[in-house]
Design a protein around this ligand. Structure first.
Ligand code: ADP
Ligand code: MG
Length: 244
């Protein structure tokens, strides 16, 4: 379970996130949408303290931290509960697919090489890239690299996986395979996921709950049906139908 209370993020004078409150149950998939610059990336980054929020409480499972008073150790504990899938994959160029997946298990989780390899092979199968296990990032398509990025995020057994526009740097013909992998993993693993995306058809299919962010605030929260069909806010209706 995840709970965000009165989360605020400020850079200098600029307030990027204003009093964000939300609760996510275990296994829920939450899709975050909203215009560019509305604070979607900042919101995800606040979870793992890539961006340090200025106020509020973050709870993952039974671990709560007050962001104002959090110690380095608190942040470290919270970070271990999250894993991020980046827009640009962020794979290590000089490591193969399987080494990329194994890396955080060995360096962060201190797993043995054998154990990490076993888990990595299982995940390579899940993202249907076992045949690429010894390929380097430059030998893979963008879609394949991102599927490795997803496998790497799944590998550390985090409580929540954060996806920041996972398909926005892909050529259109490669988007589908990545979305299909995310959808399948969501269904199979029942992992809690927070996904920022502009892919509305995917959002409708995968989301248990959707959040529309606007100017650093949650302007609307609801099921896909509520957002796509019953939303009384015209701006939001236009937004989801324009990009759909
Ligand atoms: P989105 O992901 O919805 O496009 P972002 O979270 O990236 O939005 O950005 C929200 C706002 O925060 C933007 O106005 C952006 O310019 C600003 N911003 C993002 N990161 C920083 C930063 N490190 N320092 C200052 N301003 C930032
Ligand atoms: Mg962004």
């Amino acid at each position: 379970m995840i709970k965000i209370e009165h989360l605020k993020a400020q850079f200098g004078e600029q307030i990027i996130l204003k009093d964000i409150n939300m609760q996510v149950s275990e296994g829920e998939v939450v899709v975050i949408i909203g215009p560019s610059g509305s604070g979607k990336s900042t919101f995800l980054r606040c979870f793992n303290f890539l961006v340090r929020p200025t106020e509020g409480n973050v709870t993952i499972d039974d671990f709560t931290i007050d962001v104002k008073t959090a110690s380095k150790k608190d942040i470290h504990v919270l970070r271990q509960k999250t894993a991020m899938v980046f827009q640009n994959y962020n794979l290590l160029k000089n490591k193969t697919a399987i080494q990329n997946i194994m890396e955080p298990m060995i360096t962060v989780q201190k797993k043995s090489k054998e154990e990490a390899e076993k888990i990595a092979i299982d995940l390579l199968k899940k993202v249907t890239l076992l045949e690429k296990r010894d390929s380097y990032p430059k030998e893979m398509s963008g879609g394949q690299q991102q599927r490795i990025g997803i496998a790497r995020a799944m590998a550390v057994n985090a409580n929540v996986i954060l996806f920041d526009e996972p398909t926005s740097s892909l050529d259109p013909e490669l988007v589908g395979e990545v979305l299909a992998v995310i959808k399948q993993l969501a269904a199979e693993t029942k992992k809690t996921m927070l996904i920022v995306t502009h892919e509305m058809k995917f959002a409708k299919e995968v989301a248990d709950k959707m959040i529309f962010l606007e100017n650093g605030r949650i302007a609307e929260m609801g099921t896909p049906k509520e957002i796509f069909e019953n939303c009384t806010n015209e701006r939001i209706r236009n937004f989801v139908n324009k990009v759909a």
